[in-house]
Design a protein around this ligand. Structure first.
Ligand SMILES: CC(=O)N[C@H]1[C@@H](OP(=O)(O)O)O[C@H](CO)[C@@H](O)[C@@H]1O
Ligand SMILES: [Mg+2]
Length: 544
């Protein structure tokens, strides 16, 4: 039970805020995310829950990240990070939703009910670390978080500005400090040092060709990348662009990974020439996509599917050279949004198993852990590679019989440090891609040449109530509204290599339609037709 003093402190602190009328909050794919003006009471609730989560886990550090990633500058959001740097456990999402929707004059009672329901030992310590991206509303929201943590007597550290993956890193470091699993120094400098040291090891004997232009979405990734570059005295010529964090409106505006992926074009500000290697981060630097203009000035995208195939093929080759391929189950995790050509390439050329999961990295991460080396990326560029205990042991304990084998083992060892094990991380993924291209001696052109993407189209359809769109089979099919799935299947069967699906977005009030087919016009046509069918099904109820 919460003490009367704590309940009183919660009630008093809560009274400073006002709940937006008629708004129902839900902890979704990426925590809570909406217009920043509406978030005070939500952040307050998340602060309360973070303390409870830590107490429930005997005082392990819990993270709170204030960010709305690739959303417009006026939005913001908040999400919780579990002790090993993973996303919040699913069951606790419902507690977050419950607390966020509690009326303010009852919030202390709802908090107390949760303490009983979850069976939290209130005498346990509670520890929280938090950080935020560069959004203007961040400082106000961090103030609210501070008020909730103070009211519930939680020990906390404010890491100020950080990328989302940096905060995940710090959480994992804090909770493994002094153990045999110590992940690194729990500081921003510790994060850079780990990346820089491992990158140097991976790069032994190889050289990066040409420069890399990195578009930082005018978000927190810009200043952080500059810090990383300062420490990276390895020859890597990085040109940082779109790193304006002074003008708050520039965040994600006509730049960033989401812009590049959805518009399938480079940011207009890009001055890169033909065949120049370019990359874009998103607003909180957990997504990365690569691209370039070819000789005919045609834009070429190298998205998350490409990063996954590149990483899987490289790690597979290394495991063979290291003589441990038979001990490692390497697999790839994708979502329905993965381009069909990438799926084909993984199955037929790389000959690796694939798991398809629901959208949202927590689903992919979870599935990746079923492999010794689990390569997971969403097509939009969010992902990483996980290594199992068994993989780490095999890499560490194998006695090399030749210099080549030793080199491969050392390279694999360094990769386990270079790759962020907690969560997808644009800066870490970028160094990974640079290292692989250097090892393979590839320009982006050779990388693109591994397979040919099927033309695809993503359409956003606004409907009255997206909750009626219920998906199954890793969101590749719809069970309701009745009859819609049949229509989609009949439409896609009319196109060569046609594949289409629709699902309710977890982060926006819309239904997303994806379509791919053998040609651009067929993919566009299929997307339009399925979108029309979705629109009709979404308004049927109202017309009747
Ligand atoms: C098609 C697409 O890109 N969907 C995104 C988007 O989810 P939706 O549930 O589709 O809104 O935001 C998620 C959180 O950032 C991200 O994980 C996911 O990949
Ligand atoms: Mg992001």
């Amino acid at each position: 039970m919460a003490s009367p003093a704590v309940k009183k402190a919660i009630s008093e602190a809560a009274l400073q805020y006002q709940k937006p009328e008629g708004k129902v909050f839900e902890y979704g794919t990426a925590g809570f995310r909406m217009k920043a003006d509406l978030l005070n009471t939500v952040v307050f609730a998340v602060g309360l829950l973070a303390g409870l989560r830590s107490k429930k886990l005997s005082g392990q550090w819990i993270g709170v990240m204030v960010t709305a990633s690739h959303n417009p500058a006026e939005d913001n959001g908040v999400k919780l990070v579990d002790p090993m740097g993973e996303m919040l456990e699913a069951e606790w999402e419902t507690y977050a939703t419950k607390l966020a929707n509690a009326p303010l004059d009852k919030i202390a009672d709802v908090y107390d009910e949760l303490v009983k329901e979850i069976d939290v030992k209130m005498t346990n310590p509670a520890r929280v670390v938090f950080a935020r991206d560069t959004r203007a509303s961040g400082s106000r929201l961090v103030g609210v978080l501070n008020a909730a943590l103070t009211a519930t007597q939680v020990e906390f550290i404010d890491f100020k500005y950080m990328t989302t993956p940096q905060l995940h890193y710090v959480v994992r470091c804090k909770n493994t400090l002094g153990t045999q699993y110590q992940y690194g120094e729990p500081s921003e400098l510790g994060y850079y040092q780990k990346l820089v040291d491992s990158f140097k090891k991976v790069m032994r004997g190889v050289k990066v060709q040409g420069s890399l232009t990195v578009d930082c979405a005018n978000g927190v990734g810009g200043p952080k990348l500059r810090e990383l570059i300062k420490l990276l005295d390895t020859p890597l010529d990085i040109k940082v662009i779109n790193d304006d964090v002074i003008n708050p409106d520039s965040l994600n505006f006509e730049c960033g990974a989401d812009y590049v992926k959805t518009k399938q074009r480079a940011p207009p500000s890009s001055k890169a020439g033909p065949l120049d290697r370019c990359a874009s981060l998103d607003g909180d630097a957990d997504r990365l996509v690569y691209y370039f203009s070819d000789e005919s000035n045609v834009f070429r995208l190298l998205d998350g599917d490409r990063i996954a195939t590149l990483a899987a093929s490289f790690i597979g080759d290394l495991a063979r050279s290291a003589g441990i391929a038979s001990k490692l189950k390497i697999g790839v995790v994708q979502t329905a949004y993965a381009n069909g050509a990438s799926t084909d390439y993984i199955e037929k050329v790389l000959k690796l198993p694939i798991i398809c999961t629901n959208t949202g990295v927590k689903h992919l991460h979870h599935a990746a852990l079923r492999f010794d080396v689990g390569v997971y990326f969403e097509a939009n560029g969010h992902g990483t590679v996980t290594f199992s205990e068994n993989a780490l042991k095999a890499i560490k304990n194998t006695e090399p019989q030749s210099p080549a084998q030793q080199h491969a083992l050392e390279c694999l060892q360094a990769l386990t440090d270079l790759i962020n094990q907690a969560v997808g991380d644009a800066l870490s993924d970028m160094l990974l891609v640079e290292a692989i291209l250097a090892h393979k001696g590839w320009t982006p052109k050779e990388w693109l040449g591994t397979y040919t993407d099927l033309p695809s189209r993503l359409v956003r359809v606004e409907v009255n109530d997206r909750s009626i769109f219920k998906a199954y089979d890793a969101e590749r099919k719809l069970e309701s509204p009745a009859g819609l799935q049949g229509k989609i299947e009949s439409l896609q069967s009319r196109y060569h290599k046609g594949r289409s699906f629709a699902r309710a977005s977890g982060t926006e009030d819309a239904v997303r339609v994806y379509a791919e087919a053998a040609s651009r016009s067929e993919a566009d046509d299929l997307a339009t037709r399925v979108a029309n069918a979705v629109r009709e099904a979404g308004t049927d109820g109202q017309q009747a």
